[in-house]
Design a protein around this ligand. Sequence first.
Ligand code: GLA
Length: 401
Amino acid sequence: MKRLLFIFFVFLSVTSFAQKFPNLALTPPMGWNSWNTFQTNISEKLVKDIADVMVSSGMRDAGYTYIVLDDGWMAKERDANGNLVADPVKFPSGMRALADYIHAKGLKFGLYNCAGTQTCAGYPGTRGYEYQDARLYASFDIDYLKFDWCNTDGITAKEAYKTMSKALKVAGKPIVFSLCEWGGNKPWLWAAEVGHLWRTTGDIYAGWAGTKNNGSWSANSVTRIIESQDSLRKYAGPGHWNDPDMLEVGNGMKVSEDRAHFAMWCMLAAPLIAGNDLRHMSAETREILTNKEVIAVNQDALGIQAYKYAVADSVETWIKPLKNNEVAICFLNRSANPQKINFNWKEHPIKDDLSKTYIDFNQTEYKIKDIETGKEKGKAKSAFEATVPSHDVVMIILSKL
Ligand code: GLA
């Protein structure tokens, strides 16, 4: 009997640590990350100012919760006990104090490290220190860990991320685990049990089309990233998201491009991690980032990623089924000219086997609401006509009458 009990407890402890923390990121995580604007030029003062403005700008109330410090928060060496150390010049009060400051504002705190021997910017990586680092993060009281993939020669992505996931679980503090492996090892096939979100591509840059050559690697524009997301939709859902990288809203594209970028990330049920300098954002940037109707599409409880329904004259039609039999439709104009759309509902039944959404507009009536303006636009009876400006979107919601 004792032997049986022993086997039972061993089984229990192994199985209970086998998986990531459950019930986290049930809708796509929302927050801010330091990398896109500041790279490694970060400091305690900056992070506190960002936390303050996250509240005063209305970002927190719009749903942005996580403040994540990316690469560059550490000293170049571990201490004598092998622990990571916060850079004493950039962060004189240490990480626990910063976490407490952020938590007191009703926000959550995240840090970055890497599965390899060093981070991408050359700071100490976690390889060989997974359990020790996980314990340290728990003692810092962080809520989110982004885990990168530089300097990983000879290791297997699935195993490396599994090990870190397990280490976090053993350390005991519930932490959202964000895999930043860039999609090379197809994390969508294996990471749902390991983490809560996984990058699907290399890094984004604030550009509309094409790629940007950075020497040994290329960064991706917004539309370049969108092109590779459609085939991945079946892997996303509550607690496990495709991550097409952080937002570049407010980082130099045209306002229309920022609007389209944000709308499409919402349609794709992507994590919404702002990457701009919140302290100095324009009114337009703030409006885009805090648009409650568009964010509601992203945060819809069903967590269904949109699919590309049609393409005509450089206008892509994307469809995202929502709860309560609602459907979001986004017309994305990728061309340099404004495009007229004439969408005849009766010729466009919706048949989405993944979400089991089937709509025949000859049979059921829907009312249409323009998301940007909040205005009712009639019923899905006659054709829907609109002009989509260049590099912009028109986004509507259909609700059953
Ligand atoms: C990689 C990641 C980026 C960022 C940098 C930091 O490129 O993909 O998001 O974290 O590393 O060095």
